[in-house]
Design a protein around this ligand. Structure first.
Ligand code: NDP
Length: 308
């Protein structure tokens, strides 16, 4: 059974060591040293090589090394190749940390206090209790649920929105495009944790941002293309939105003259929300390969028609 990794060198070696130690029956190869391509059954990568189905004629599954698969051109892959996203518990832990950091910073008005400090101002802003702060999560999947689980402990007034209806303890849930305006109207802090698909591209736009309450804050942890950047600038500059924390952008890194760099209403981080760690992801990947070998369904297989 042969598994090919197409990842950066250091990570490739870390993966290979883990397999050698814990699953020596699996022959691990590191791109570009693929050996006989006909032997390769599995590929783990962020981005498959072009014409992967021609290059690897017996490929049965592609494991994304990321939680999202929006970077894959699914139309090029034959139906026999299953596409599985990464459900690394380390990713969920890191996204929870980032979301909690950003929500708490916004809840406790840190952007304003940091600006005050630079102006030598000692001024107390009006207090908002956690139960009065409405925090909404777009995307109630693996990551959205993990974030809500942790935010619940702070006592925030929690909302959630997904494609299908859900029941989540202490979270008021909304579903589908019809209930989107109702959901948005109740989010003082909005966190985007959606996958990027044809339905969610540009979902953070002039009309959805306008549906948020005045003074709302945005945290984008999904993908840059969820956000229409010009619309965010207008919403911030008009005072409708108060602040945005963005981990992902359309172009990463943004151009030197990108208006977000120096905008006082924006905090930017260079897509550091989470990164797959071989140490925490190994068990998940191996368990899926074993399931596949035994003819069982793999966990995290995406629905090609939905794109996630
Ligand atoms: P999941 O597939 O587990 O969950 C996706 C959620 O989004 C589901 O609840 C789904 O609804 C909902 N959804 C999908 N399409 C729509 C739609 N059109 N309208 C409403 N809801 C929709 O994904 P994960 O939680 O694992 O990951 C989410 C995303 O987070 C990734 O795709 C990636 O883009 C991003 N990410 C960012 C990282 C970073 O470093 N910033 C790191 C890791 C991931 P339903 O439940 O009804 O199917």
């Amino acid at each position: 059974m042969t598994l090919l990794f197409k990842v950066d060198n250091d990570r490739g070696l870390a993966w290979k060591n883990l397999f050698q130690r814990h699953a020596p029956d699996i022959d691990v190869r590191l791109w570009p040293d693929i050996g006989n391509p006909e032997e390769i059954r599995y590929l783990a990568t962020w981005q498959p090589p072009p014409d992967v189905h021609l290059l690897l004629p017996n490929l049965q599954a592609i494991f994304a090394t990321s939680a999202g698969v929006d970077q894959f051109d699914l139309s090029c892959l034959p139906p026999r190749v299953e596409v599985v996203r990464m459900l690394d518990p380390g990713i969920a832990q890191a996204i929870v940390e980032y979301a909690c950091f950003a929500v708490l910073a916004l809840h406790r008005k840190m952007p304003g206090y940091l600006a005050q400090q630079r102006q030598r101002q000692w001024h107390v802003q009006p207090w908002v209790a956690a139960h009065q702060q409405r925090v909404g999560v777009m995307g109630l999947g693996n990551l959205g649920m993990a974030v809500l689980d942790r935010l619940r402990a702070f006592g925030f007034n929690l909302k959630g929105w997904a494609r299908s209806a859900k029941q989540i303890d202490a979270v008021e849930c909304f579903a589908g495009t019809q209930q989107l305006p109702q959901f948005l109207g109740q989010c003082d802090i909005l966190i985007c944790l959606l996958p990027l698909t044809q339905d969610t591209r540009g979902i953070l736009n002039a009309s959805t941002l306008a549906a948020l309450p005045r003074g709302a804050k945005l945290i984008n942890l999904g993908r840059g293309a969820h956000l229409i950047e010009a619309d965010l600038l207008l919403a911030l500059d008009s005072g409708h939105l108060e602040h945005a924390v963005l981990d992902v952008l359309n172009d990463e890194p943004p151009a030197a003259n990108h208006p977000f760099w120096l905008h006082s209403g924006i905090w930017l981080t260079p897509h550091i929300g989470a990164m797959t760690q071989p140490e925490t992801a190994f068990e998940v990947l191996l368990a899926n390969i074993r399931r596949h070998q035994q003819g069982q369904a793999m966990i995290g297989t995406i629905d090609r028609t939905m794109g996630y």
